[in-house]
Design a protein around this ligand. Structure first.
Ligand code: ARG
Length: 337
């Protein structure tokens, strides 16, 4: 069979050469992941930036001739590099980034995780997904104090509540076309849900793009406090769950953009004067990424942008947070100038 023609400018289109296709077309992982699973989303969505999802941990070694160049292009992380983690909040400034609260509305840090030895979203089966949900809930139920909360299974949420939670940035949106094409939405909404603490400052999305999206967030710009809460939750959860991880690539996620730290630290910042091109340029110079008010693939409303670290692999968590701090300070300076 000839290599499929991949439309668009995605990293998949760039790196799935006829040679790579020939080398990978008959490979299969232990969980039955094949090349067609990896590339389905990018083939069906020519406007993809990346275009691939891994179907399990082993995909990263079995399909390395395709995934390694994609990882290098996105993260600047080469074959000889090894990921290093630093979850010590001690190195961060113990004060809000924008003390007067004139620009930064809220701060959010999330990490993506998957359970060790389970297939990922593209190929996970109905029963396996339920098993993953049960294991995750078992761990979440043991959380105490500020982190204690309750689980809201998606099938039990009425449409109005669901819409309100999405609007409040507490719940993932249904029907993402990139995930849909990648096979993630099979059996929707079964075994998906969200765990929320009382204050709505700690939440966990279950079985969406990754099996866990562990999120700490609050109004204002106290990055250290938000990160510390996340680190505390991670330490508790890692006592009861073991996450998919590799010595070279760090935490393993379905999308190669989330490898390593799995962490996206973001603020919602209101920049009403700066032109969007200038925002993009300052962000780029600081290794940051700009999204719309409601996240990926949305527009900024009322000059409110979601600004976050772009790189998540080959950089420690603390380094990524420092990068965010520096970039946000630069944006605020430019806006106020
Ligand atoms: N698969 C989509 C693309 O290639 C999204 C990539 C990054 N975003 C994400 N949520 N993983 O454009």
């Amino acid at each position: 069979m000839a290599a499929p023609r991949i439309e668009g400018e995605s990293l998949l289109a760039r790196f799935l050469t006829p040679e790579v296709y020939q080398a990978l077309k008959d490979r299969e992982t232990y969980f039955g992941v094949r090349l067609e699973h990896l590339i389905a989303s990018g083939v069906q969505n020519p406007d993809s930036a990346i275009g691939v999802y891994a179907g399990d941990e082993e995909s990263y070694s079995v399909f390395a001739p395709l995934l390694d160049p994609i990882i290098e292009a996105y993260h600047g992380f080469g074959p000889g590099d090894r990921h290093v983690s630093d979850l010590d909040p001690g190195g961060l400034e113990d004060q809000p980034l924008d003390p007067a609260g004139r620009y930064v509305l809220s701060t959010r840090v999330r990490v993506a995780r998957n359970l060790c030895c389970f297939p990922f979203g593209p190929v996970i089966g109905f029963r396996e997904r339920r098993m993953a949900e049960r294991a995750i809930l078992g761990a979440l139920e043991t959380l105490e104090g500020e982190l204690a909360g309750s689980y809201h299974p998606l099938p039990a949420l009425d449409p109005a509540t669901q819409a309100r939670l999405v609007e409040e940035h507490l719940l993932f949106k249904a029907g993402d076309r990139f995930l849909e094409a990648g096979g993630f939405n099979r059996h929707w909404p079964d075994a998906r849900g969200v765990f929320l603490n009382r204050e709505r400052t700690f939440l966990v999305w279950v079985n969406e793009e990754d099996q866990l999206r562990i999120i700490s967030m609050e109004k204002g710009s106290h990055l250290k406090r938000v990160f510390s809460r996340l680190v505390q939750a991670l330490a508790e959860l890692e006592r009861r769950l073991s996450f998919a991880r590799s010595p070279r690539l760090g935490y393993l996620t379905s999308c190669p953009t989330n490898l390593g730290t799995g962490m996206r630290a973001s603020v919602h910042v209101r920049l009403q004067r700066l032109p969007e091109e200038e925002i993009q340029a300052i962000a780029l110079a600081h290794g940051l990424q700009v999204r719309g008010t409601h996240g990926e693939h949305t527009q900024a409303e009322g000059g409110v942008y979601d600004v976050s670290n772009k790189r998540r692999l080959g950089i420690t968590e603390v380094e990524a947070l420092r990068q965010l701090e520096a970039g946000i300070r630069a944006l605020i300076r430019a806006e106020g100038a």
